[in-house]
Design a protein around this ligand. Sequence first.
Ligand SMILES: C[S@@+](CC[C@H](N)C(=O)[O-])C[C@H]1O[C@@H](n2cnc3c(N)ncnc32)[C@H](O)[C@@H]1O
Length: 222
Amino acid sequence: MEYETKPRAWPDVHFGRGPYRFDIANLLISKFNYTTYLEIGCYKKKCFDEIVIQEKICIDPVCKYNANFRPDLVPDFVGTSDEFFEKNKKTFDIIFIDGLHLHEQVKIDIENSLLCLNKNGSILVHDINPLKEIYQYRERCQHTWNGDVWKEWVRLRSVNADLNMFAVDLTPIDHGIGVIRKGHQQLITIPDDLTYNYLEKNRCHVLNLIPPVLIDDFLLAS
Ligand SMILES: C[S@@+](CC[C@H](N)C(=O)[O-])C[C@H]1O[C@@H](n2cnc3c(N)ncnc32)[C@H](O)[C@@H]1O
């Protein structure tokens, strides 16, 4: 993958391994002294359990676990993100969107997250960098499923100049994670029809994909 901005150093200075999605969240938490975290779509709490912060909440419509048997794996709110935001009165410093991987739902999740994001807050969006065409199908047909989340990411990069958006390349350990903060960005021009072929040819530019080592530089734009 050819980044537009070349990494200054490798391996990564922050982590020395990985990094995983929760490393990026924890980095932002410690950098900005965040105290409140929301995770949309927590599944088995693999990421949620790694988050080090004062107050954290996770939501998921699916609760696979018997609350008596594994109470620790029951989400704080059992329901969809739409149901959660309809009732929610809290605000958060950092929100991780990893629920339904369809572009129209991610659009709503980002809009609702922006409404309850504290000043200087950050939104993380998982699955924005599908590495194979089959991963980004709207139907889940194999274990790795990014859905077409990337389409909403790219669309937002083309219409909202008041956001600072960049995507951290977590391959081969994890999928790409997008960081959204209030700030500014140069809008990109995209075709009406977003195809995987277009993503393949323009991946680094349209996602604003960076290696983890450059996170600090890109945070400065907000
Ligand atoms: C990829 S898993 C989340 C993994 C978890 N964030 C982690 O990093 O370990 C996606 C989860 O989103 C949940 N989900 C599906 N539709 C949702 C919706 N509308 N709102 C919130 N969560 C949803 C699924 O039940 C599933 O558990």
